[in-house]
Unconditional design. Structure first.
Length: 432
């Protein structure tokens, strides 16, 4: 029976624990241990397998810490605050132009200057007085962030995209299917295209004017430098150096390390402040780095337990060989996991261990398998209350108390990104 399978039961336990607001770190550990015990592995063997598998995401975790340190430097120099001031003078009353600028900045923050969501709490609060005058519904910015923060790393192997693509490649390899970054890039543009359709629909849907009260949010805004200084140029240049080194060496941790060395050597960060820089990176990205490690350990447990082979056989019998049914079932299962975990990065190692064998047994093409895993991991990220893609925008848009996390960020992103990915993505996987 499928509901007695160790993988299925552990996923149900994981979802239940996350919904009960148990921290993801503990929920993953408990679920991994549960999978081992249910499958007949002893507690000591399960723990050893869990710890042994954590190394599978060591590079990813290191990348997060180093990039977090780089993002902290950019935040401390005030480079983002200067950008907010420039944007305000450029936009005037054009809502679409503002959304376009935000999307471009978010894309850059995921790829060229990989600082992720660190710029949002600094860039957005100074712009709220402008958006209030424009009577701009902040849900337009919610969906703009949803696209800008997700589509780039899904489709492009740069910055955080290098981490995400590497996770897919490594996770597929551990599940017995060797793929290259060319395979991932050549497939995942479909996900970005679906999200672009959702973006256009969301912007049009929320275009109508909305009134907001004018409130003082000065306490949430850092002091904005009057002009672009040498340190701002250097810290932005460090992001470019990071990406260039990554491309040349195919190593994002090395690129991030070179970028950090650059900001220290050039004096942007003093020698005495290096520890502060690293602490800032750990505070900013340390949690998700550890989630990545535990997620890899979880995947190792379910693979070594032998429960996946049983699940594949059960799935074949239940699904009757129907790719369409299988696609929607697996995508919805991925949605449940990602909504709880709050990160597509953490979901990929878990579902790859389960989905790749099932997809291979049902005759999915290589592209269809990659697309299936990507959509299953990503559809719940844009909309999960625990996701950086929703927490980041809310941190900037809610500083005056007029933007609710669930109603104004999570639900719009789920409606215009999660739902289209589920509906269209499940159908497209059967055509490839």
């Amino acid at each position: 029976m499928i509901f007695t399978n160790a993988v299925v039961l552990s996923v149900i336990i994981l979802a239940a624990l996350c919904l009960a607001k148990i921290p993801v770190f503990f929920a993953l550990m408990i679920s991994a241990i549960s999978a081992g015990l249910i499958s007949g592995m002893g507690i000591v063997e399960t723990m050893n397998t869990l710890i042994g598998g954590m190394g599978g995401n060591a590079e990813t975790a290191l990348s997060y810490i180093l990039l977090g340190s780089l993002a902290y430097c950019m935040e401390e120099t005030g480079a983002a605050a200067i950008m907010a001031k420039k944007i305000g003078s450029l936009v005037k009353d054009n809502k679409i132009l503002l959304c376009g600028i935000i999307i471009v900045i978010a894309i850059m923050a995921e790829t060229v200057i990989p600082i992720h969501i660190a710029f949002i709490p600094i860039l957005i609060p100074p712009l709220l007085s402008l958006t209030n005058k424009m009577k701009m519904n902040r849900k337009m910015l919610s969906v703009s962030f949803g696209f800008g923060l997700k589509a780039p790393y899904i489709a492009l192997p740069l910055g955080y995209g290098a981490i995400f693509h590497g996770l897919i490649i490594d996770s597929f390899g551990r599940s017995g299917l060797d793929i290259t970054d060319k395979d991932v890039t050549g497939t995942n543009w479909i996900v970005a295209a679906i999200m672009f359709l959702g973006l256009c629909a969301g912007l049009l849907f929320f275009m109508r004017d909305r009134e907001y009260e004018t409130k003082d949010v000065k306490g949430e805004i850092v002091e904005v430098p009057e002009k672009l200084e040498k340190k701002h140029v250097l810290v932005l240049l460090s992001g470019v150096i990071t990406v260039v080194v990554q491309i040349l060496t195919e190593s994002l941790p090395l690129g991030a390390l070179i970028g950090l060395i650059f900001v220290v050597v050039t004096g942007v960060v003093k020698w005495s402040d290096m520890q502060k820089m690293l602490d800032g990176g750990i505070n900013m990205m340390g949690f998700i780095a550890f989630v990545m490690l535990i997620a890899a350990g979880y995947a190792n447990v379910v693979i070594k337990s032998g429960a996946i082979d049983d699940l594949v056989q059960v799935a074949q019998n239940l699904l009757g060989g129907s790719k369409l049914v299988a696609s929607y079932v697996m995508i919805l299962l991925g949605l449940m996991i990602t909504l709880g975990i709050g990160t597509s990065f953490g979901t990929v190692p878990i579902i790859s261990a389960i989905y790749v064998p099932i997809a291979m047994s049902l005759g999915y093409s290589l592209k269809a398998t990659i697309l299936l895993v990507t959509i299953a991991a990503a559809c719940g990220d844009a909309g999960s209350p625990a996701s950086d893609t929703t927490l980041g925008p809310t941190s900037g848009l809610s500083v005056d108390g007029q933007h609710e996390h669930i109603k104004d960020t999570c639900i719009p992103q789920m409606l215009f990104f999660g739902l289209p990915l589920i509906v269209l993505g499940g159908f497209v996987t059967t055509l490839l």
